[in-house]
Design a protein around this ligand. Structure first.
Ligand code: FAD
Length: 258
């Protein structure tokens, strides 16, 4: 539509506008599907927002909002909260200066050739890759903190329920063994490639953005190696620094931000 024109982008970069759109969609659309948030859903929300407040490499206004939201949530000692009360903080209804989470979805690197393609699911993967990388960079006392927050977010809130079920199956198999922050970064990359492999050629695939084993040899030649029997092999000692640089806060582009 004329209201949301195509934004030219570099397909081998991460955009802050995609990450902010992902936060908007998760906190104002997916969480909003729960009028009352209680029990394990409330625990998932607290942990997700706490991880965002800690590791999201956002603009100061956005970080102030996430920190305020997280401390509000941690102070909720009752059994349940209403989405309405949560939304007052997300929307900064008290109008504190210097904090905001911009409204609306405006996709850049996660644009699809049709409205049903890419967008939020693309943003959610990107967000969690960025968070695992940031947690490794700044250090975390719990190397599984980000992955557990992702697992619980997806379980409690991700609108694609078959996706959530698939992801929970993968998480229950190996996530608990990822006891360093490097392993956490690599686990998410490897599982994302498993999903890409399963979905390659499916009807949900945007024909303009085919599912590949990522990164391509063009993006990272030395990530790819050949075994003695001729089979493909990943060079994990190269993949890890590639991921650390690709999803690093210093590499995130701020194009199209208002
Ligand atoms: P995405 O797969 O969303 O990837 C986004 C971007 O991340 C890519 O453009 C690329 O730049 C980068 N990237 C790609 N691969 C990797 C990698 N291995 N490591 C790091 N970065 C990478 N859809 C289904 O139909 N069935 C499912 O079961 C399903 N499960 C999902 C589970 C989760 C947790 C999530 C977040 C999404 C799931 N989806 C599922 C949606 C699907 O994985 C894609 O997100 C969606 O089809 C959009 O694809 P995309 O082309 O934008 O690329």
């Amino acid at each position: 539509s004329t209201e949301d024109p195509w934004r030219p982008f570099n397909s081998s970069r991460v955009y802050m506008l995609d990450l902010e759109s992902t936060l908007h969609y998760s906190l104002r659309v997916e969480v909003a599907a729960h009028t009352i948030i209680r029990g394990e859903t409330l625990i998932s929300l607290k942990k997700y927002v706490a991880v965002l407040a800690k590791f999201f490499p956002g603009r100061p206004v956005v970080m102030n909002l996430l920190k305020s939201l997280s401390s509000w949530l941690q102070n909720q000692s009752g059994d349940e909260i209403s989405y309405e009360a949560f939304k007052e903080i997300v929307d900064n209804s008290a109008q504190s200066p210097d904090m905001a989470l911009p409204e609306g979805e405006r996709w850049v690197g996660c644009q699809g050739s049709q409205p049903q393609f890419r967008r939020f699911p693309c943003g959610l993967w990107t967000l969690f890759h960025v968070l695992t990388v940031q947690a490794k960079k700044v250090g975390s006392s719990d190397p599984q903190e980000v992955l557990t927050a992702m697992r619980n977010y997806v379980h409690s809130f991700f609108g694609c329920r078959p996706c959530a079920e698939h992801f929970e199956n993968m998480a229950s198999e190996g996530l608990a063994m990822m006891n360093t922050s490097s392993l956490a970064v690599l686990w998410l990359w490897a599982k994302h490639n498993h999903v890409n492999n399963r979905l390659a050629g499916a009807l949900t695939e945007d024909p303009n953005f085919p599912k590949i084993q990522w990164p391509s040899p063009e993006m990272c030649p030395s990530c790819h190696a050949v075994q003695e029997n001729g089979d493909h092999r990943w060079s994990q000692e190269t993949v890890l620094p590639f991921l650390m640089s690709y999803f690093s806060s210093d590499s995130i582009l701020t194009d199209y931000l208002e």
